[in-house]
Design a protein around this ligand. Structure first.
Ligand code: NAD
Length: 450
């Protein structure tokens, strides 16, 4: 009986196991069919959108189309925005490429030839006002002689364009700085030229003109003392004022109205000279003082109100040439390369007192107007007189005996030759209409001589 009962239990267990196995098999088969169905759905959705994204969370079938359409819309909006952004970026890149081409065109590929100087002979030279008319010509010569040149300028009347042919040269450095504030650089020599020079410019801000010539000069003399540099101060024939002595020797003390419209410049320069000799006496600074007479040449400001630039611009445009006053006042004009040679000779000399540097050939302003008119081909201008200028000096001509004796210097460029070069320069300036024909001027003779 017991044996029979055991056999029955065994059979029941086997039946249960077999039934369980069949159930498991059927269940697995059903799952596999469902998986294949879902995979087919996914495949369809991927085909439509071309995306590789797969939803592993198996959302209910009825939600799939809704999500898909949202996704589609989002993709379209993002696509449109991206397209627009791309187009904008393309336009901006094109703009920048054009700008870059212009800027690259302005950087000289080839610098004027520069002499190589060994470290024993190469000096580090600071030129204040080096982006101005005279300063930029001086910089050209110093660079071509192989020195390291630092230009300091606040661009009040100077222009980067005057020195941009040196940008990037390893011997050249440009500092945008107002010399009324202290400056800390190292230098062996300083040419201190920073100051507006033409009456409309220095009268525009008389207080600033005095500050530049007094505080600015103190700063430069202080720098010279600190670094042990030799310093040349660019003074002016204006220290003689409306002179009572003719021609003017350096020993003449001058005749200046201390409260007139030109006083900010005239007295500013007189104080600059006093400061130079005070630093020389008290602080043992090695100073040179150049009393510069009227100078002209390329890179003068076309609208600086000075005789040469005024007359040439008027003659080139067939406008009336205006002579202020009766035209009997005299001036003597020195070509800029002669002045630069004089400044270099003075710096290298051992002469410590002020030296006149200018051209002693004297003309009345009236004569001068006619000379310029005749030298501009086809000029149809007439010469007319205007109201006299207050405190305008009546006679101006340098006595250059000291420069001849101690510097072995005298001007070489004739008025006719200098005027021709200047007229050519202004002609070029007038014809300049775009950024592209903005070539910088470089004196061909300076290139040849140095
Ligand atoms: N050109 C002449 O006929 C003449 C005559 C006599 C004296 N000078 C003297 O020669 C020097 C140069 O004259 P220029 O004709 O070349 O004049 P400019 O105006 O062309 O040059 C003067 C330069 O000094 C810069 N400058 C002015 N104030 C400055 C400041 N506070 N800090 C830094 N830079 C400053 C200007 O931006 C400019 O680049 C001046 O000191 C001037 O008094 C010139």
């Amino acid at each position: 009986m017991i044996r029979q009962s055991l056999k029955f239990r065994k059979t029941l267990t086997i039946i249960c196991i077999v039934a369980l196995l069949i159930f498991i098999f059927l269940k697995l088969k059903q799952d596999k069919v469902y998986d294949i169905q879902i995979a087919k759905e996914d495949q369809k959705s991927d085909d439509v959108q071309g995306l590789s994204y797969r939803d592993f969370n198996r959302q209910p079938k009825k939600d799939i189309p809704k999500e898909e359409s949202i996704r589609k819309m989002e993709t379209k909006i993002v696509g449109d925005n991206t397209k627009q952004e791309l187009q904008e970026a393309k336009a901006r890149i094109e703009q920048l490429e054009k700008k870059l081409a212009v800027l690259e065109g302005r950087i000289p590929q080839k610098y004027p030839e520069v002499k190589y100087l060994g470290y024993k002979h190469r000096k580090r030279i600071l030129v204040t006002g080096g982006a101005g008319f005279v300063g930029s010509h001086l910089v050209d010569v110093l660079m071509m002689r192989g020195h390291e040149v630092i230009v300091v300028d606040n661009f009040f009347t100077g222009r980067k364009r005057n020195v941009e042919h040196w940008f990037g040269h390893r011997n050249f450095e440009m500092i945008h700085h107002d010399i009324v504030n202290p400056l800390y650089v190292e230098a062996d020599e300083i040419y201190h030229l920073a100051s507006p020079a033409s009456p409309p410019h220095y009268m525009q801000n008389p207080v600033k003109t005095i500050k530049t010539n007094t505080l600015g000069t103190i700063n430069m003399l202080g720098l010279a003392r600190r670094v042990g540099a030799k310093i040349l101060i660019a003074s002016t024939s204006e220290v003689y004022g409306d002179p009572m002595v003719h021609p003017q020797p350096e020993s003449y003390w001058g005749h200046v109205n201390p409260i007139g419209p030109r006083a900010c410049y005239d007295e500013g320069k007189r104080v600059a000279e006093t400061l130079a000799y005070s630093y020389a006496k008290q602080e043992k600074v090695v100073v040179r003082v150049a009393r510069i007479f009227n100078t002209y040449g390329p890179r003068m400001h076309a609208s600086d109100g000075r005789v040469v630039s005024n007359f040439i611009m008027q003659a080139l445009q067939n406008l009336t040439i205006t002579v202020y006053g009766n035209g009997k006042q005299t001036r003597s004009f020195c070509y800029v390369s002669d002045l630069v040679d004089g400044l270099l000779a003075l710096m290298d000399s051992s002469y410590t007192l002020p030296v006149n540097i200018g051209n002693p050939v004297e003309h009345t302003i009236e004569e001068f107007a006619v000379i310029i008119k005749d030298q501009v081909p086809g000029c149809r201008s007439t010469v007319a007189t205007g109201a006299a200028v207050e405190d305008d000096p009546q006679r101006r001509r340098p006595d250059i005996a000291i420069a001849e004796k101690h510097l072995h210097w005298s001007p070489k460029i004739s008025l006719q030759e200098g005027l021709q070069r200047t007229i050519d320069y202004f002609k070029e300036e007038l014809s300049r209409t775009t950024f592209y024909n903005n070539q910088t001027y470089m004196d061909a003779n300076v290139k040849l001589l140095h």
